[in-house]
Design a protein around this ligand. Structure first.
Ligand SMILES: C[S@@+](CC[C@H](N)C(=O)[O-])C[C@H]1O[C@@H](n2cnc3c(N)ncnc32)[C@H](O)[C@@H]1O
Length: 216
């Protein structure tokens, strides 16, 4: 954190279009190409502060959709009632809590980033840890066929994570969006066509299952 970042083309464009962060153009690039967010969709956005992905997702889902944002930091921007914000650490987020907002989700987004140290392998390990947590939540809440778009810093643990994502989705792409700074280790994984039902649904569908542990 703290390194000076020049106000570039995407920063100025975001300001002009009243988006609270330039990162909106990473999601926009993916949406324009793959149309992952459909009208009426239920979207979960992990690490949503300051809220540009929430703004964009809110536009795309339209009046029948739902967007849930989760972040450690309190949102400053106000949204319509179809956007719900939960101030929460994703490491402590029980996916079962999300059921009260929607029984399943169509899309899980994660732009979560750890507080960076500048030490490559530390930052990458922490980032993969967060991305893995996002994947765990996606496995629990995403419908069969759903999409997962997730930031991760490349590093030693990345290939193992990629393998895990490939195990869960029919198609997985590694993407470096144009708005992602060239000097950043961040890349994005897009998984489409989730192979399985939400893991909580499978539990509901399985009679006599022992759910004492409550683990999802
Ligand atoms: C790059 S910002 C997200 C920007 C956002 N996509 C937007 O367009 O406005 C990354 C966010 O991840 C959040 N984050 C990092 N670790 C988290 C955690 N354990 N739980 C929840 N949020 C976390 C940070 O607080 C930060 O706001």
């Amino acid at each position: 954190m703290g390194r000076y970042k020049p106000k570039d083309f995407y920063f100025k464009k975001a300001k002009r279009h009243k988006y609270v962060a330039r990162s909106v153009y990473k999601l926009e690039e993916i949406q324009k190409k793959y149309r992952i967010i459909k009208p009426g969709a239920r979207v979960l956005d992990l690490g949503c502060y300051p809220g540009s992905w929430l703004q964009y997702a809110e536009e795309k889902v339209g009046t029948r959709g739902l967007v849930i944002g989760v972040d450690l930091k309190e949102l400053k921007k106000e949204f319509s009632p179809r956007v719900i914000f939960l101030k929460q650490d994703v490491n402590e987020l029980d996916p079962a809590l999300l059921k009260k907002y929607s029984p399943v989700f169509d899309v899980v987004l994660s732009d979560m980033a750890p507080a960076t140290t500048g030490i490559g392998f530390v930052d990458s390990t922490r980032s993969v840890y967060l991305a893995d947590r996002a994947l765990g939540i996606a496995i629990a809440v995403l419908k069969k066929g759903g999409s997962f778009f997730c930031k991760v810093f490349e590093g030693e643990d990345f290939p193992e994570f990629l393998k895990k994502v490939r195990g869960e989705f029919d198609r997985v792409k590694i993407i470096k969006p144009k708005a992602s700074r060239k000097d950043s280790r961040e890349i994005y994984l897009l998984g489409t066509g989730k192979k399985s039902q939400p893991s909580w649904k499978k539990e509901e569908d399985t009679p006599c299952q022992d759910i004492q542990s409550g683990a999802l």
